[in-house]
Design a protein around this ligand. Structure first.
Ligand SMILES: Nc1ncnc2c1ncn2[C@@H]1O[C@H](COP(=O)(O)OP(=O)(O)O)[C@@H](O)[C@H]1O
Ligand SMILES: [Mg+2]
Length: 602
């Protein structure tokens, strides 16, 4: 079973794809970063200024050392030497302040930019439609906001500083070397061609290696998230060894990717060291010969040796940085990929707020499939539900009942035909105004960590404690809530694991009640409570539902029998509708289903 290889639409699995450097892509990347930095442009400019100043100051010490040797020591000019030492110290102090200021400013803006990015991603995720969440693994989405933003963090906080500083240092040092002595500079730079070759090879290889690292890290996170939330199922089917092997698999591939980068580093960086030693050897060999023949001062030779480390350190650091940079670009692309995801359901331009509804629901020749790659689920569905009706949707599993509920809440739009409430096409009204008037209780009401009362008041955080208790009382949840250690203030733990499934469901009911919806949709909502509780909920709902429309998807005969209208679905089509008695007379699908239920009760 290939549970962990499930393909995702997020770019996590596109192993080995070459990074896209098209102009459009690049502009999109820069555009995003620029937009995020814009609010902090003052500090960003200041950070750059301190960086430039710091780099200039950092170029001074070797030259001062040369002056100290040539003009202070050799000429035995103590006054001059004192001045040079003072300047040397001054530049060190200036470097300290500038470097400090730069680190602070870069960190300050960088962290704000990234926090803004996380907020922006979260806001965007909230806008995305149900389809996105059914296509993508939760862990992969989490990985975008955590791992990928973290990868950007490394670039933003250290990377940019290091990039600018090392590039300037490298260029500045090259210029100074030529100014000091062009012959020695030329001789030294003969190590550059092999260095360039080694660097090109390293960049090419690490480009691929680091992309693998990112992709495989995403897989590790996604696998972990899925297994943790499904641990109960894993344990109950004793799938631990299988899941463990699968995890070892993704973890092993992540390790291999990291291992490859280690090997590359182990080859490249010592090679750079060797070349830098070779350059030093040239400086002392050829430079010493020049000094011996009186063609160059000892101070210049000394300065040259010092500048050389200024030259090779940046090369190493830039190569190192290249990895950070690649990782950040790969992460940025994944983030942009999420931000580019358009919600499939959007408010039409000029969408109006749906006024307070009566609850007349009409499905007019509705066709729907979950996407081009899936078969059609509803084939020209016709439904006309007068306001205030309690409709029971019945049919075998997979008949399309939940799909109808999702369409009514406009989590998806029909591919053809239309859905109207009180004559308003759902596509012409805002999603907010529609959903605010709907109450949906799914099979497993999702509770959040927090207290019982926070969960009941989810749709109306301003509800008074008395209202919350009244809602709980109406669905028969009040008693068990009072028996919890802290009553309504009891913390429920993630997803309400503190409660039994049935109790969670009662809380979900109370939540829907308190929201006071105009249309209520119960999708197998009562299947996890006992019959007595179900009766109690139904009585509460009947009071509540007077004058409202309700869609009830249930399997229990007692619930269905009392509905004003029963709609029988088969393979996405309405095959029968009417009251319980009318349908029994027809001796059709309903009678057959009824036979099954009756047998079940007996
Ligand atoms: N997110 C989805 N993506 C693709 N197909 C789906 C999705 N959800 C449901 N389906 C398919 O649509 C059909 C109807 O499902 P559903 O409406 O959930 O049935 P039920 O009547 O049991 O509630 C099923 O064949 C199911 O496989
Ligand atoms: Mg269903």
């Amino acid at each position: 079973m290939k549970i962990h290889q499930a393909g995702s639409h997020l770019s996590e699995d596109r192993g080995g794809a070459v990074q896209d450097w098209s102009w459009r892509r690049t502009r999109r990347r820069i555009g995003l970063l620029a937009r995020l930095t814009l609010p902090y442009r003052g500090r960003t400019a200041l950070a750059l200024a301190t960086l430039l100043a710091y780099t200039l100051v950092a170029l001074a010490p070797p030259y001062l050392a040369k002056l100290a040797i040539d003009e202070g020591i050799d000429d035995a000019n103590l006054g001059r030497l004192t001045w040079i030492v003072v300047l040397f110290l001054a530049s060190a102090v200036a470097a300290l302040f500038l470097s400090s200021a730069n680190t602070y400013l870069t960190g300050w803006t960088g962290e704000r930019v990234l926090a803004d990015l996380r907020n922006k991603l979260f806001r965007h995720l909230e806008r995305l439609s149900m389809g996105f969440y059914e296509r993508n693994r939760a862990g992969a989405i989490v990985s975008r906001i955590t791992n990928d933003v973290e990868a950007l963090d490394q670039l933003v906080t250290d990377g940019v500083t290091s990039l600018v500083q090392n590039t300037l240092l490298l260029g500045g040092t090259a210029v100074v070397l030529f100014l000091l002595d062009w012959r020695l500079a030329l001789a030294t730079l003969t190590v550059l061609p092999p260095m360039a070759l080694a660097t090109a090879w390293f960049r090419h290889r690490s480009n691929r290696a680091y992309r693998n690292v990112r992709e495989r890290l995403g897989l590790v996170t996604a696998t972990l998230a899925e297994d943790i939330s499904g641990m109960r199922v894993v344990q109950s089917f004793t799938r631990e060894p299988v899941q463990e092997r699968a995890f070892h698999g993704v973890n092993g591939r992540y390790r291999d990717a990291n291992y490859e980068t280690t090997v590359l580093n182990a080859i490249y960086f010592p090679a750079v060291d060797l070349l830098s030693s070779a350059a030093t050897a040239i400086v002392f060999g050829y430079g010493g010969w020049l000094v011996y023949h009186g063609d160059m001062s000892a101070g210049t030779l000394f300065a040259f040796a010092l500048y050389l480390s200024n030259f090779f350190d940046p090369i190493q650091q830039l190569s190192q940085l290249y990895n950070t940079f690649l990782a950040a670009i790969a992460a940025l692309d994944k983030i942009v990929g999420v931000l580019d995801e358009e919600p499939q359901v959007v408010d039409a331009p000029g969408a109006t707020a749906l006024p307070r509804i009566e609850g007349h629901v009409r499905f007019d020749d509705v066709r729907f499939g979950y996407g081009p790659e899936f078969p059609e689920v509803l084939h020209g569905l016709e439904l006309d539900i007068p306001a205030g009706t309690t409709v029971a949707l019945v049919g075998q599993t997979g008949a399309g009942k939940s799909t109808i509920a999702k369409l009514l809440a406009r989590f998806y739009d029909p591919t053809e035909g239309q859905i109207e409430i009180d004559g308003h096409d759902l596509r012409d009204v805002t999603q907010h105004s529609l959903r605010r008037q709907l109450g949906i209780v799914p099979q497993e009401g999702f509770l959040f960590g927090g207290t019982v009362s926070e969960n009941i008041a989810f749709a109306r955080p301003d509800a008074a404690p008395a209202e919350i208790a009244a809602a709980a009382e109406a669905v028969g949840a009040h008693r068990f809530i009072l028996e919890l250690e802290e009553g309504y203030e009891t913390q429920l733990g993630e997803r309400g694991t503190r409660l039994s499934l049935g109790q969670r469901q009662l809380v979900a009911f109370a939540r829907a009640l308190l929201a006071d919806p105009r249309i209520l949709i119960l999708d197998e909502a009562t299947s996890s409570v006992d019959i007595g509780t179900e009766r109690q909920i139904e009585q509460a709902l009947r009071k509540l539902l007077a004058g409202r429309t309700a869609f009830v998807i249930a399997h229990r005969l007692s619930t269905i029998r009392d509905a004003d209208l029963i709609v029988v679905l088969e393979h996405g089509r309405v095959v029968e509708q009417g009251t319980h008695e009318e349908l029994l007379v027809r001796r059709g699908l309903y009678t057959r289903l009824y036979g099954d239920w009756a047998a079940d009760v007996a």
